[in-house]
Design a protein around this ligand. Structure first.
Ligand SMILES: *Cc1c(COP(=O)(O)O)cnc(C)c1O
Length: 379
């Protein structure tokens, strides 16, 4: 009996348990301790660029903290990439602020600089300058960093860089997660490395990091008793989870290589299959970790094969695949929200499919994937 092939499943490197055991042996079973400090140091060393890192309970918590640190409050406007996972946008609502969604462009599938500027100008002309820009490196593909940063600087609106899917990716040789005023990483179970659940906030100063940790640990003022002059959160990472993270950091680059091999496998597989394009870096400036490999199927040139046909054929063979993210401006929960764009993200959603991309897939798994594709496309 064949096992299920997952889109992206956890892949341990081998040393994780030793770090976790050490936490047990020394009784650091708490949301602080040597693994938390060690993991933060490991990420800092990896990202370079004089960054400060605070590990937290999730990527979502990181985006929430980022908005708080950028002083986003009730009724503020926040510009957000529409084509993303809901966790990019939900923290805007946690703050009582209002999301304004921006379409993607076709090169990187990420935030379109033209529609971003259009949105900013329109908001300003209506008397309200947005407080932040949430831009996402989706599927590990860096967004148009130079263009988005230029707009951020021109209008003085800070960037929250959602790098949840892009640890290990680079733009012009600089690591994703280091471009925003605040960067956010995720270590959820399906991400490129995992701590079972967790995240990190990346920032430019120790003061900002200390503020993030203060808010993430219930905002206790300096006093012998519990004194609070701010609303706090319980968002810090556990020392157990951080132990897993330390082990995962040792294999991060290896796992990026393996994901990129999966992407190369699909590029070869779909060569000469009409109507299918594999999502790829637009130029040498972009280096994607290819967290998920994705394709577009153009039903007008694929001899009648549609995205859903491939998804169903995979499901029958116990292979997981999934449509691309449904844009936020099409989600029932955000139907009131403003949107600037055309139909780029809508068409990606209609015709796109994410393929099994894990760093732990075997040759036998790849054979099964190939067979489904070649049967459906009659190769
Ligand atoms: C996973 C993800 C998040 C949220 O991270 P969690 O750690 O699951 O809370 C945010 N944004 C994007 C684009 C993601 O893929």
């Amino acid at each position: 009996m064949n096992n299920k092939i997952w889109l992206s499943s956890p892949h341990m490197g081998g040393t994780e348990e030793a770090y976790v055991k050490e936490a047990f042996d020394t009784n650091w079973i708490a949301p602080l301790g040597p693994n938390v400090n060690g993991f933060e140091g490991d990420i800092k060393a990896y990202l370079g660029n004089d960054k400060e890192v605070a590990t937290i309970s999730s990527g979502t918590a990181g985006i929430h903290l980022a908005l708080i640190l950028l002083d986003v409050t009730k009724d503020d406007l926040v510009l957000c990439q529409s084509f993303t996972f809901s966790a990019s946008a939900n923290p805007i609502i946690y703050q009582g602020a209002t999301p304004v969604f921006i379409d993607s462009e076709e090169d990187t599938w990420n935030m379109c600089p033209v529609h971003l500027e259009e949105g900013i100008k329109d908001c300003i002309s209506q008397g309200k300058k947005p407080k932040a820009i949430i831009a996402v490196h989706l599927y590990g593909m860096p967004f148009k960093v130079d263009e988005i940063i230029a707009i951020s600087k021109k209008y003085g609106i800070p960037i929250v860089e959602d790098s949840a899917e892009a640890l290990g990716s680079t733009y012009k040789n600089q690591k994703c997660g280091t471009f925003g005023d605040i960067g956010v990483l995720s270590f959820n179970g399906n991400k490129i490395i995992t701590t079972s659940g967790g995240g990190a906030l990346v920032c430019n100063s120790t003061i900002l990091k200390e503020q993030a940790v203060f808010l993430a640990t219930q905002a206790r003022d300096d006093a012998p008793h519990y004194e609070h002059s701010h609303i706090g959160y319980n968002y810090r990472m556990s020392n157990i989870c951080a132990g897993i993270g330390r082990g995962q950091m040792e294999v991060l680059d290896k796992h990026v290589g393996l994901r990129r091999n999966m992407h190369a496998f699909y590029q070869t597989l779909f060569q000469g299959i009409e109507g299918v394009t594999v999502f790829n870096e637009p130029s040498q400036d972009y280096f994607s970790n290819h967290w998920l490999s994705a394709i577009l199927i153009d039903p007008n040139s694929s001899h009648g094969v549609r995205r859903e046909d491939l998804r169903h054929a995979f499901a029958k063979a116990k292979i997981e695949s999934r449509p691309l993210w449904k844009p936020m401006h099409l989600q029932p929960v955000f139907k009131q929200a403003k949107y600037y764009g055309s139909r780029v993200s809508e068409e990606l959603f209609e015709n796109g499919l994410c393929l099994p991309s894990g760093s732990n897939l075997s040759d036998a798994d790849r054979d099964r994937i190939e067979k489904v594709i070649f049967t459906l496309f009659k190769r």
